[in-house]
Write a protein that binds this ligand. Structure first.
Ligand code: BGC
Length: 741
């Protein structure tokens, strides 16, 4: 338990001053409250010794660049992510940082989103499990997390003003779900409110979000900090639940807070609350500083970054078992990214790596005597390069070698925080090169680097490794996977669609006039493609291995905790490897609209030797099975028979079974607008109905007497229209009063 500073002696001015930063990265030391140092985040520590900014421009001290969220999520492995959080905590401590600004847990609503590389997935539960593991790992070292960007910050276009206009169910089930899970289970010290508006109200001024939901419903006991520059009206923000405005230094908004208190437009109790929450953060930080000493861990963390990155690589395709590369084969390595790797995204999360693995060097180091040539093949720079000559040189090298390894991807200039992409295409020059190389060398392996999804329908190579962004040791990790030192077990955390026009938010992105209508509702990512049975290039959860796995003996049992799933996984191939077992559910005949199936559980096996088996146990938590019931404004677990699938992707479902689950009690209030059918379905109202209207309810529920269609027609009649058909208004009132009991 940390003891919190006593603020009794602080003046109103001091209390107001605690609620904004001292400068770009620190808070003020006032009275008993210590100053706190924050910095980005999330995949490395961006500690700026001199000039400061939130765009990743000024220099920062070297720190290990772990895989950004786009890569890390592909591990699907909470234990691995927890270890990354822990390593980041150790580095933060070494660099004198108390709060690391991450994790970013917004949903990848549209593949064009400029910050998708900083986010985990299109699925809220996967995002929540991974984000919670990251926070737990980090905070275990005594360094605080800042869960961001709260909330519904899913595009860069007009990001300081745009309103994410979202219906209640998708808002809860898709966009807030990961935040809720992480707040409840990992208890981050801070939550960062986003730049955008939500249903018209700025996140920083959104009392419903920052107070009613975050603190009231989820029990958040930490500090709400603004994104850098998100506050337009500090008194309004303090009233809504904001504790700390960042950055700070001018004192202007402190004076506004003092003036608003004097004018009576800002309740001093809200200013006190904010000051106390900032003081609580400072107390946590001071206690956390006791937990560890500064260490020089650069070598150890580089090794860790390589181990982690290798676990994030997805083998999308491997025709003719082209991979892993057989020892001694001659290789033609092609592509600029083989010598100038693309390994992190642009903007505030950009860190200065302690070192950088060059893929070509790492491939040479593992090539075991086979010759390795290199040709650039294309260039991403603006310099006038002769692309025909570059291509011809690469094609000749590919022809001369046993295998071509072609690095393709997006350059840093093509995607970043601050803007969204307009398309999903790889540059035409790269696709032309690919065609020419594959024609010259059928044994071509493509290695992809990119922060956002790229269209892969035109990438017709027999083997494809997808790294996303892998951090500073990605080069070594890719070499490990290419040569089979590591058997790939990464899985896509987002779908690769056939074309942009197929994507769920296609016609609602990025919105207009500062409003973005989330018209696709719940149907985000695979929920959309799978429900519509659309072709995709690679489905959510997809990833191959150099071995094969068999699933058997699915066992399901429901109890108060949820649904316990057991499945036996056996390595049926000839190499050791890990399997990522995914569990999806559906509720056949559900009373509410639902995607055709949804991810509800996951487990990563240990590395299984050939022939070895593991019985995997996965609990589908009851909370995760609930849907948001808009008619009563709460989470409800629907009772009934649940269909459960265990599989290797949302489209590679290996086993299925059904299990009965007891539902939550749900009584929809009967009002004058309720229909006769709804009243008849409600036991209390139905009983009153028959009493009030004589035998009417019996005859109406007798579908055979009336004929089904007639029954349907009458059942849709709202109660308050019955008076038009001669029912006594007094009787109707009696019904409504009685049904209310
Ligand atoms: C970003 C945040 C970041 C902050 C500080 C903002 O522009 O949205 O993610 O933590 O700057 O650099």
């Amino acid at each position: 338990m940390t003891s919190e500073p006593d603020l009794t002696d602080l003046s109103p001015e001091d209390r107001a001053a605690l609620g904004s930063g001292a400068d770009f990265w620190t808070t003020k030391a006032i009275g008993p409250v210590a100053s706190v140092t924050m910095t980005d985040g999330p995949h490395g520590v961006r500690r700026q010794p001199g000039a400061t900014d939130h765009l990743g421009l000024a220099a920062s001290l070297p720190a290990t660049c772990f895989p950004p969220a786009v890569g890390l999520a592909q591990s699907w492995d909470t234990e691995l992510v927890r270890r990354v959080g822990e390593a980041l905590g150790r580095e933060a401590r070494t660099l004198g940082v108390d709060v690391l600004l991450g994790p970013g847990v917004n949903i990848k609503r549209d593949p064009r989103g400029g910050r998708n590389f900083e986010y985990y997935s299109e699925d809220p539960l996967l995002t929540g499990w991974l984000g919670a593991a990251w926070v737990t790992g980090l905070q275990g070292t005594g360094v605080g997390a800042s869960l961001k960007h709260f909330a519904a910050n899913n595009a860069e276009h007009d990001r300081m003003r745009a309103s994410s206009d979202i219906d209640p169910r998708p808002l809860r089930e898709i966009y807030l779900r990961a935040f809720a899970h992480i707040v409840r289970t990992a208890r981050p010290w801070t939550v960062m409110c986003s730049y955008n508006r939500i249903n018209g109200v700025h996140a920083a001024q959104n009392r419903w979000l920052l107070t009613d939901v975050l603190r009231g419903e989820w029990g958040f006991d930490g500090t709400v900090v603004s994104d850098w520059g998100a506050v337009a009206d500090r008194p309004a923000s303090v009233t809504a639940g904001l504790d700390l405005e960042m950055p700070g230094g001018s004192g202007v908004s402190d004076a506004q807070v003092v003036a608003a208190m004097a004018e009576g437009t800002l309740d001093p109790a809200d200013v006190d609350r904010a000051a106390r929450n900032v003081a609580r953060l400072a107390a946590r930080v001071v206690a956390g500083r006791e937990l560890g000493d500064a260490l020089d861990n650069a070598d150890e963390h580089h090794r860790l970054a390589r181990e982690i990155a290798a676990r994030c690589v997805v083998l999308l395709r491997n025709d003719r078992d082209l991979l892993p590369l057989a020892p001694g084969r001659s290789l033609a390595v092609i592509g600029e990214f083989a010598v100038e790797p693309r390994y992190q995204g642009g903007g505030s999360s950009h860190v200065t790596p302690t070192r950088l693995d060059v893929p070509l060097d790492e491939i040479r180091a593992l090539s075991d005597g086979g010759t390795v040539s290199y040709s650039r093949g294309f260039t991403t720079s603006d310099t006038e390069a002769d692309s025909d000559a570059l291509r011809a040189e690469a094609v000749a090298a590919a022809e001369d070698a046993d295998v071509a390894v072609l690095f393709l991807g997006l350059a840093a200039t093509q995607e970043s925080e601050g803007f969204d992409r307009e398309h999903l295409e790889l540059p035409a020059e790269q696709l032309n090169l690919l065609d020419a190389v594959v024609r010259a060398q059928p044994d071509t392996v493509v290695v992809l680097s990119h922060g956002g999804v790229v269209r892969l329908a035109p990438v017709a190579a027999p083997a494809i490794l997808d790294g996303g962004l892998l951090g500073q040791a990605g080069g070594g990790a890719l070499a490990d996977v290419l040569f089979g030192v590591v058997n790939p077990s990464g899985r896509l955390a987002e779908t690769v669609p056939v074309r942009l026009q197929d994507t769920p938010a296609y016609s609602n992105f990025p919105g207009e006039n500062s409003h973005v209508r989330y018209g696709e509702g719940l149907y985000v990512g695979y929920r959309w493609y799978d429900s519509r049975d659309m072709d995709v290039t690679y489905p959510f959860g997809h990833g191959l291995s150099y071995t094969t796995f068999e699933y058997a003996d699915l066992a399901l049992a429901a109890d108060a905790a949820g649904i316990a799933v057991r499945v036996l996984v056996t390595n049926t191939g000839s190499r050791a490897g890990r399997e990522v077992v995914q569990v999806y559910t559906a509720v056949p005949g559900s009373s509410v609209t639902r995607p055709v199936r949804e991810l509800k559980g996951v487990a990563v096996t240990a590395e299984l030797e050939p022939g070895a088996s593991e019985e995997v146990s996965i609990l589908l938590a009851r909370d995760d099975l609930a849907y948001w019931e808009t008619r009563v404004g709460r989470w409800v677990v629907e009772g009934g028979s649940y269909q459960v699938w265990a599989g290797a992707s949302s489209r590679d479902l290996r086993l299925t079974g059904q299990v009965d689950l007891a539902g939550d009690e749900l009584r929809i209030p009967i009002t004058a607008e309720s229909t006769l059918g709804e009243a008849l379905a409600d036991p209390t109202a139905a009983a009153v109905l028959s009493e009030v209207f004589g035998g009417m309810s019996e005859s109406m529920s007798d579908a055979t007497a009336l004929g089904v269609d007639m029954m349907r027609m009458i059942a849709s009649l709202p109660l308050n229209r019955l008076t038009g058909f001669g029912v006594d208004p007094g009787k109707l009132d009696a019904l409504l009063t009685a049904a209310d009991d």
